[in-house]
Design a binder for this molecule. Structure first.
Ligand SMILES: [Zn+2]
Ligand SMILES: [Zn+2]
Length: 256
């Protein structure tokens, strides 16, 4: 009798947790849908200065001209303009190459925030266009496979989408490269802002796991390359799991 009662209670608890999870997911999806609907109804505005723009434009012409492309020679290990410092931040990196087309500042920063925090998914295609137009020869070519840097599951649920995955999809459409979602984040979400550079780069702090066999040639995709700690954790994970070539492409590179 007691066992049946416990069984019934467990079933009820399970059903409630399922309902709660569905409700949480529904809320995130509804919030995201509402943001997208509001964005669609509002007259199009520049994501950086809010000036009116033509439909489908993410930035006004003045802000477009302000995007700082890293056109000069950049360090292939860390992606910073050369000289990249007394000691390259990418020295000893698990990445064969790190590259980003623009500096993480001004209108480029506004685009990153629009995608990540405002759910402006169309912005991913604007970023992808800038990446593809300026990518070094051979970087985004087969047999490379795009691997989005994973967002923590809790963040993904709260936002209702994964920004790096949207950027990877937009890149795949423009390059014909395949996508492999072979990385997942473990542990608890941590806030990188506020922690020291050394702490952010400490090995083991970012828990990334590989699901299945990773591609032989990987191009990690993320919106911003800041300290490189997350990219490094992802690069180490796929390399330990058998990837031979591991590069990283971010839309924007933080210069300091
Ligand atoms: Zn503008
Ligand atoms: Zn360097």
């Amino acid at each position: 009798m007691r066992a049946r009662l416990r069984y019934a209670l467990d079933r009820r608890r399970l059903a409630m947790s399922g309902l709660l999870a569905a409700a949480r997911h529904g809320l995130a999806a509804a919030r995201h849908g509402l943001a997208a609907a509001t964005a669609a109804l509002a007259p199009p505005a520049c994501w950086s200065c809010r000036a009116p723009v033509a439909a489908g434009q993410a930035l006004c012409s003045a802000c477009r001209a302000e995007v700082r492309f890293l056109r000069g020679r950049c360090c292939p290990r860390c992606g910073l303009p050369l000289p990249c410092g007394r000691r390259c931040p990418g020295a000893g990196s698990t990445l064969d190459r790190a590259w980003a087309p623009v500096a993480f500042e001004g209108p480029a920063r506004a685009l990153v925030h629009a995608l990540k925090f405002r759910g402006a998914l169309g912005v991913a295609d604007v970023m992808a266009a800038q990446v593809v137009a300026t990518a070094p020869r051979g970087l985004l070519q087969s047999p490379a496979v795009l691997v989005p840097v994973p967002t923590h599951a809790a963040r993904r649920r709260a936002r209702g989408f994964d920004h790096a995955e949207h950027l990877a999809r937009a890149l795949a459409e423009r390059t014909g490269l395949e996508i492999a979602r072979c990385l997942v984040r473990g542990g608890k979400p941590t806030r990188q802002a506020g922690s020291s550079r050394a702490a952010r780069r400490a090995p083991g702090r970012i828990d990334v796991r590989v699901r299945g066999d990773p591609p032989m040639s990987v191009v990690l995709v993320d919106d911003v390359h800041t300290t490189g700690a997350t990219l490094e954790a992802c690069g180490g994970a796929v390399r330990r799991a058998g990837s031979y070539t591991v590069c990283a492409v971010a839309y924007a590179r933080a210069l300091s």
